[in-house]
Design a protein around this ligand. Sequence first.
Ligand code: LR7
Ligand code: MN
Length: 576
Amino acid sequence: SNGNNNFVTNNLNNDGIDNALRRRSIDNEIKNEESNGHHKDSDDRFSNREQSKVVISANKSKRLRSWKPAPPVTPHKKLPGELGEGVHVKNDELAKEKFKLNQFNIIASDAIALNRSLKDVRYEMCKHKRYPTKLPSTSIVIVFHNEAWSTLLRTVWSVINRSPRELLEEVILVDDASERDHLGKELDDYVATLPVPVKVLRTPKRSGLIRARLLGAKHVEGSVITFLDAHCECAEGWLEPLLARIALNRKTVVCPIIDVISDETFEYITASDMTWGGFNWKLNFRWYRVPQREMARRKNDRTAPLRTPTMAGGLFSIDKDFFYELGAYDEGMDIWGGENLEMSFRVWQCGGILEIIPCSHVGHVFRDKSPYTFPGGVSKIVLHNAARVAEVWMDEWRDFYYAMNPGAGNVDVGDLTERKELRKRLQCKSFRWYLENIYPESQMPLDYYYLGEIKNAETENCLDTLGHKSGEKLGMNYCHGLGGNQVFAYTKRAQIMSDDNCLDAARNDGPVMLIRCHGMKGNQEWHYDTETQEITHEATKQCLQKPSPSDTSIPLLRNCDGSLGQKWTMQRNFRW
Ligand code: LR7
Ligand code: MN
């Protein structure tokens, strides 16, 4: 495909490091659920503590002025894991069994001090930046369901030890109906001994991370809310650069660089500062390479704030009043997922700015799977949340979501009136504006002629990615009419796209591949003629043809001969 341009560098090789390491795997969980034919609903293995009302226990007596100074964080030379090093424990049957409880290696985590030291991973330039002496104070809101003790408390200790005291108003822990004994009285007693004010709130019943965060936000006394997942470690100097941006412009929502804490060894691994947040047609959050255009806007300064189209969702700071002005979170979203894109679109479309601040680093334990239950089923919940994002914020581009997610059309989205009114009241801009101005590199084409299946006139089979990835061949299969792998967009840029891949052919009679779309025509330029019904490849002037009888799953590129096997119909026959 086409070399050396912004689109290429933006889209090639990105899955490699960052999406592999900083991964999300909800798709696999949905697939497993489907192949098991059911969802695991309540297989919670933990004894039940009493869950009745919102309980607040706060060591309110310890106000700012009476705080003890932070203990110096010098490496405990004798302890494992200091300076962010990994801990290698025997991977025996017990370790494997215990891994499943949290989907990370709890034995390694438990071996590491709660206040372990980390390397200072910042660029030299960051260490010398000066911030205003008067910055707004922040409350740290951490929600959790069945979180392990050592990861939760290490998160809290990293906040205590690496945040300037005058900037830290309090820590708010929201226990989302956990069923583990250590998260009850033991936690209350422990936080009472901490040298900062800590509130522990408890939801009366499982409410999911979105509504749990809303509960936490209600109790915030600082002027900025900072959300963190319950298995993070804040690195040196993480807080000042975030708050400084908000002080400069209260409509700025800021994220740190999210580094990787290994789920196996708890090694602290610095993530790339060259990736930003995007999303695919399924509305999964994905990391992609920062395009040249944004590097140029930042004058190639890698320590300058990076404007990102979306955020991962778990770690960010926002002015408290702006949080509410902007509509907080969508209360109609359950358990997990969707709220990150929802807030990202809302911030941009309704007059805010979303940034990653490269001088701020926070580590996060990335997991392959969720350790906890999704009452009602993973796919039902995730599709419900995503549909709410699509319906409220994405205008006609919601079609990509419905086309790509077979089954999404059957999911109840719930009542959307309030969220749609919010969008009107705030006079938010359109999704077209967002795509044109904030995210022109998006996988969602701005202008397209067609979205649906592409059927061969002779065999009546359909083009099908067969789930193949970038660099693999295009496939073909009987038409199932369900969308997903048989959905293609034919765009104004003459691409035929499936999610972030484009049909691509490098030579005469060559195979038709799926390659990351580069938007530069070249080997990815196709023309559909509605009269002749031919799909011609511009670079070779050849036609897309049905597969040979010997391998009926591989469509071919051949000289155009007007035969029926080279005629295709573009039909939009899905229900969305
Ligand atoms: O029912 C629940 N109640 C909860 O309180 C389910 C979860 N939670 C808690 C949970 O204990 C954790 O502390 O919510 C927090 C986030 O849940 P995770 O850690 O299972 O989520 P994640 O890290 O896989 O997912 C990312 O996407 C989520 C979408 O809803 C949230 O936005 C998470 O905060 C977010 N995490 C990050 O952004 C960290 C970087 C991940 C990436 C990419
Ligand atoms: Mn997490």
